[in-house]
Design a protein around this ligand. Structure first.
Ligand code: SAM
Length: 190
């Protein structure tokens, strides 16, 4: 019961203050009508809804049924556009190869069990020319506990190198300051 309550509180906490990050990511990759967007580790779905608002067809994936339930409930309450909410994980993305033109993941990549497998999956599902973005909170070296949930600058640079060896092009690392946090954005194209 304690575990379930913790998960509910964690999920609810992810519904607060996510819109600004969602807009920052959507501004970078500019999804629009004609794009097939995948959001992996979508949580309660702020970024997926932002992508849909901008006209893309969206599949939003998360391993946690509670997150998907919350995402569906918030979308219904807000009468947001249709998003396909699907259970799955980065290491085995449940979509066909070459089917996405835009792929993003916000505050999730640091949680993936096997990042190398996840990045190979991203490469598989993106169509040639597809755009990828990983957004994480910029964290200080040596941070612990919740303060460590994100990437240090060095870890972001390591992710960029891993993307290059996985076969991505135009890999770039930048930081963006939001009102409540600084994000590190790692972008690439397929
Ligand atoms: C901190 S939440 C971020 C949610 C949302 N992207 C946001 O920014 O509000 C991290 C999410 O990643 C999901 N996650 C954890 N491991 C994952 C994996 N291996 N593949 C995909 N998603 C994963 C979690 O279930 C959770 O919903």
């Amino acid at each position: 019961m304690g575990g379930f309550l913790y998960r509910v509180i964690t999920a609810l906490s992810m519904t607060i203050g996510r819109a600004e990050a969602a807009r920052a990511v959507a501004d970078r990759l500019a999804p629009s009508a004609g794009d097939e967007l995948l959001d992996i580790g979508c949580g309660p779905g702020a970024a997926a809804r932002e992508g849909r608002r901008r006209g893309a067809t969206v599949i939003a994936i998360d391993p946690d049924p509670l997150m998907l339930w919350l995402a569906r409930a918030i979308s219904a309450l807000r009468r947001a556009g249709a998003v396909a909410w699907v259970q799955g994980e980065a290491e085995a993305i449940p979509v066909a190869g070459g089917s996405a033109t835009v792929f993003w993941t916000l505050s999730s990549l640091h949680d993936w069990q096997n990042r190398a497998t996840g990045l190979r999956e991203v490469h598989r599902v993106l169509a040639p020319g597809g755009r990828f973005l990983a957004a994480e909170r910029l964290v200080a070296p040596g941070a612990r506990g919740h303060a460590a949930h994100g990437l240090t600058q060095a870890q972001a640079n390591g992710l960029a190198r891993e993307l290059t060896t996985t076969g991505f092009d135009s890999v770039r690392v930048e930081t963006v300051s939001l009102r409540r946090r600084t994000l590190v954005l790692v972008t690439a194209s397929r």
